[in-house]
Design a protein. Structure first.
Length: 344
């Protein structure tokens, strides 16, 4: 039997689905031993939650027997390898599992790590399109005029024909591109490396390597960042890169907050070089109360939760995990294996 410990919350219907994958699996799950959800489809739980000593002993006993883990267990990330001695594979509930895998000391281990890449792509892409549409249609002005009962006619904008630069053409970037093309935007993708058979060619009018980022940014009316947080991507959009963006462009970040130098971003927004931004991620989360981003009128602040869509996310999470469980039992390659060097 293969012992599988589920260390974050799932509703009974999803646990039953996992249980039905194969008779060779022994599913270990106790609802009282995992963080309770703050809302539906939450896999993190309240920050102040902890197990009682008795619960902790029971959880550690299950963890010591686990060959497979669903999610990184609360309270046992940094000492995971010393507590889960039989561990061979972790399925993360997040798309960007590289950061937590590094904290867990798994990068030098033989433990396989798979991510939830693709699960959140649709909702994140919708957020990006929402932000661009409200910008070009000047939704803020319409709401102000409605509140003031002011009939102010004037011109409107359109996404059609505009150039969208997507930095990061993975699952999320491709989902954004697919939706943007429906609005007849010109899509220019930026990737770390480009291959002749690259799937991203099916979603973009042009592809450029990251080395050419500043040149590409100069053409963009809209810029969408979908990159993971890695040493290589940290402050990729620094003061120099932000200055290279076409004046008046609009920026959306649905990747990781560390990709942008936030102080430089504030400057670019304050001096009008960028016309606005929609941010679902930040360098420090929660966003500090004294951050100037809270009070800027040309900013959308989203608390890193625009991808939490209960009727969609948990089902896709379980679909992915069940598929990987079948592959694991049959000795096949797993879906979404984390590259331990690139951290995505």
């Amino acid at each position: 039997m293969t012992n599988v410990l589920i260390s974050s919350y799932f509703e009974k219907e999803h646990i039953d689905r996992i249980n039905s994958v194969d008779d060779r699996l022994n599913i270990l799950y106790r609802e009282d031993l995992v963080p309770p959800p703050r809302w539906e489809a939450d896999h993190i739980g309240p920050a102040d939650w902890s197990r009682t000593p008795e619960q902790e002993a029971e959880f550690l006993e299950m963890l010591s027997e686990a060959e497979v883990l669903y999610d990184f267990p609360r309270g046992h990330v940094r000492n995971l390898l010393s507590k889960a001695l039989k561990l061979k594979w972790i399925q993360g509930s997040m798309a960007g599992a590289g950061e937590v895998a590094k904290k867990a000391g798994l990068l030098e281990s033989d433990v396989k790590i798979t991510t939830a890449s693709g699960v959140y792509s649709g909702p994140l892409a919708e957020f990006a399109l929402m932000a661009m549409l409200q910008h070009t249609k000047r939704l803020d002005r319409l709401r102000e005029d409605q509140t003031a009962r002011l009939w102010r006619q004037g011109i409107s904008g359109t996404l059609e024909g505009k150039t969208l630069c997507i930095v990061g053409m993975g699952n999320i970037g491709r989902a954004v591109a697919e939706r943007a093309q429906a609005f007849k935007m010109r899509v220019v993708g930026v990737k770390r490396t480009i291959r002749e058979e690259d799937e991203a060619w099916n979603y973009a009018n042009e592809l450029h390597e990251t080395a050419n980022l500043q040149t590409v940014l100069g053409e963009a009316d809209y810029v969408v960042l979908t990159l993971p947080g890695t040493p290589e991507t940290r402050h990729l959009l620094d003061r120099e890169s932000l200055a290279a963006i076409k004046p008046g462009a609009y920026l959306v970040n649905i990747g990781r907050g560390s990709v942008i130098d936030e102080a430089a971003l504030v400057e670019s927004l304050e001096n009008g070089h960028l016309s606005g931004a929609a941010l679902d991620v930040f360098e420090v989360e929660p966003l500090p109360e004294d951050s100037p981003l809270w009070t800027m009128e040309n900013i959308i602040v989203s608390p890193h939760s625009t991808d939490v869509v209960p009727e969609l996310v948990n089902g896709l999470q379980v679909d992915l995990f069940c598929e990987n469980l079948r592959r694991y039992l049959d000795g096949e390659s797993l879906v979404n294996i984390l590259n331990k060097e690139l951290l995505y």
